[in-house]
Design a protein around this ligand. Structure first.
Ligand code: NAD
Ligand code: MG
Length: 376
């Protein structure tokens, strides 16, 4: 199988390359394209190791740097959104791993679908912001959409336990993040350093902050709605502190099927790469006697308002999830620059949502326009 990795320099991208290494000898995966935003040093290293056809740096100012670094190789160096779209649509590629963070992944991912590539989807923001267009394109171009987000991979795997008509609801698990159990007063002076320390997962900065505000779980509800075509009322969030159960589904007979493994993104990445097969993984097995207890709680939506806001935007539909997502990306970036407080993230998202009149059936142009407007 030939793949393109959009966002190869990120947390998901680098773990995906490890999975490619792990699978050598069992399933040959040739990496045809790698992309990063600006880290030319890592792109060079990856290009030398994996010898892709194309390497793309999104930041145009870094183009000459990457071109110089790879001058002695046969790798084609490209830049900007045009370069990302080329990487997403290479002729001899069967699967594209969409692992750019945020809205920047939308257009390249849509291009990959239109070019008939199967999608391994890590970038949940694309499905949140353009769910209807995205899923319509998946149906129209008859491609396979494989979830990489650990919860959605777990749901996908658990769904094999019954038929679609027998499904009652999805139980989406959440770790609760680093501030589980805290009150609003205690959250007031949270610093970026505190928010970036996740108890169970090591991830990129944006999703780590989203996990601390519980916006991540809100985005995942919308992601699940589109991936599995379920009503919002049939998705229940369950806080499970140990992150061993990655999500569950309940069937009409009240049987619950879950997927469990140690918290490692390599598991869902590998499953997306090998589906419908399962292949040996070098990762450790779950040891129940080591874990000893598993705990479950209701999420606190009053303190972690981002979760409630995401549910609201999801139920409203139309352009509102785009508004929610863009406002959140802007707020999280400001928080990471120490220009906004932790609680201001929800405040900003709510204010932005209130300032927009909803619009149903937005086009891709509408979505791009509204996203741009909010960033400005
Ligand atoms: P990250 O910040 O570690 O990496 C993001 C990648 O996108 C990098 O390659 C970066 O160079 C690239 N990028 C950033 N801005 C860009 C831009 N404007 N244009 C082009 N490329 C750009 O993020 P991550 O943690 O790997 O997350 C990637 C996606 O996967 C996110 O949507 C996230 O929600 C999702 N996800 C991540 C994890 C995880 O464990 N990290 C788990 C589930 C889902
Ligand atoms: Mg997740």
């Amino acid at each position: 199988m030939n793949i393109s990795i959009l966002g190869s320099t990120g947390s998901i991208g680098t773990q995906a390359l490890k999975v490619v290494d792990d699978l050598a000898g069992q399933k040959e995966i040739k990496v045809m394209a790698i992309t990063g935003n600006s880290n030319t040093l890592l792109l060079e290293e990856q290009a030398r190791q994996y010898k892709p056809q194309v390497a793309v740096v999104a930041d145009q100012k870094k183009y000459t740097d990457l071109k110089t670094r790879l001058a002695d190789t046969s790798v084609t160096v490209l830049c900007g959104e045009e370069g990302l779209c080329r990487a997403a649509t290479l002729d001899n590629v069967q699967m594209v791993l969409s692992s750019i963070v945020g809205f920047a992944g939308l257009v390249p991912t849509m291009k990959a679908i239109e070019a008939g590539k199967d999608i391994a989807l890590a970038n949940k923001e694309t499905l949140v912001t353009a769910g209807a267009l995205f899923t319509d394109a998946v149906k129209k171009h008859k491609i396979r959409l494989l979830p990489v987000d650990s919860e959605h991979s777990a749901i996908f795997q658990s769904m094999h336990g019954g038929s679609r008509a027998e499904l009652k609801k999805i139980l989406l698990t959440a770790s609760g993040g680093p501030f589980f159990g805290k009150t609003t007063a205690e959250l007031k002076n949270i610093t970026k350093e505190q928010a970036l320390k996740h108890p169970n997962w090591s991830m990129g900065a944006k999703i780590t902050v989203d996990s601390a505000t519980l916006m991540n779980k809100g985005l995942e509800i919308i992601e699940a709605k589109w991936l599995f075509d379920v009503d919002f009322d049939d998705i229940e969030v369950v806080v499970h502190r140990e992150s061993i159960i990655h999500s569950m589904v309940e069937f009409t007979d009240k049987s619950i099927i879950a997927q469990l493994s140690l918290p490692s993104m390599k598991h869902p990445i590998q499953y997306a790469f090998t589906y419908p097969q399962r292949l040996p993984s070098p990762d450790k097995s779950v040891s129940f006697s080591d874990i000893a207890t598993m705990t479950f709680y209701k999420p606190d939506e009053e303190t972690f308002r981002c979760l409630a806001l995401a549910k609201k935007a999801g139920k409203m539909g139309g352009i509102m999830p785009t508004v929610l997502n863009a406002a959140n990306e802007v707020a999280v970036a400001a928080f990471l620059r120490d220009e906004m407080g932790f609680l201001d993230i929800a405040e900003f998202v709510e204010k932005t949502m209130n300032s927009y009149k909803n619009k149903s059936n937005p086009t891709l142009e509408d979505i791009i326009e509204v996203d741009k407007e909010i960033r400005q």
